[in-house]
Write a protein that binds this ligand. Sequence first.
Ligand code: PGA
Length: 239
Amino acid sequence: MKKILIANWKMCNKSAAEALNFLNVLPSPQKKDVRIAVPFTLIREMAGNSLKIRIGGQNMHSYAEGAFTGEISCMQLCDAGADFVILGHSERRHLLGETNEFIQGKVERAVVEGLSFVLCVGETLEERELGETFDIIQSQLDSAFEDLSEEQLKTLGVLIAYEPVWAIGSGKSAEISQICKVHDFIKEKYPLPVLYGGSVTLENFEKLIQASSIDGVLVGGASLGAATFGQMIQLLPEG
Ligand code: PGA
């Protein structure tokens, strides 16, 4: 299976011109699976780029439309050119109060409208220390995928990203052995590609991407510089 490299730009404050310059200096991924999840305002600018890097959103609402000031719908993401969306990122779960139930609604919306997505799951440090990692991850997955068949998830190209909350933006990536244990657990229940995210850097990239249980990486901070992201693209195995 092809390994997958996804940048998560978060609220990166790149202007449209900066985002296009970023694309201009990247090496071509050719047939490699490289994607960038960007702020809403950059989707239309970046979608359809000549490098064929897939552009996605970082969130959307669960309703098709309605009075939800500041939110964006699945249809609008697709209309802007997004071909995937990140759902359930831990910053939205923990900083913005998104519940498993709310995230399940978003998953359902994406399935109904045919938009592929990356579902993020992961435990906090406290949950890990209490020995609750597997229970937390199972409940996040079971809730998000309730009523969906394996077939539906596979057809839509759904990916799971395991992102331990304590590893995100902390400079402390999880150990490969810790990651693989969780990935194997996830794959046993939901046989979908599982990416790792949390302080992925150019230094740990190759080791992570070579592990057989790790199907790809979701990179935050280290994806913002074109030189580093470009090197990751080059180091990503072909197939
Ligand atoms: P990080 O973020 O690489 O900056 O730790 C990863 C993520 O939140 O997806």
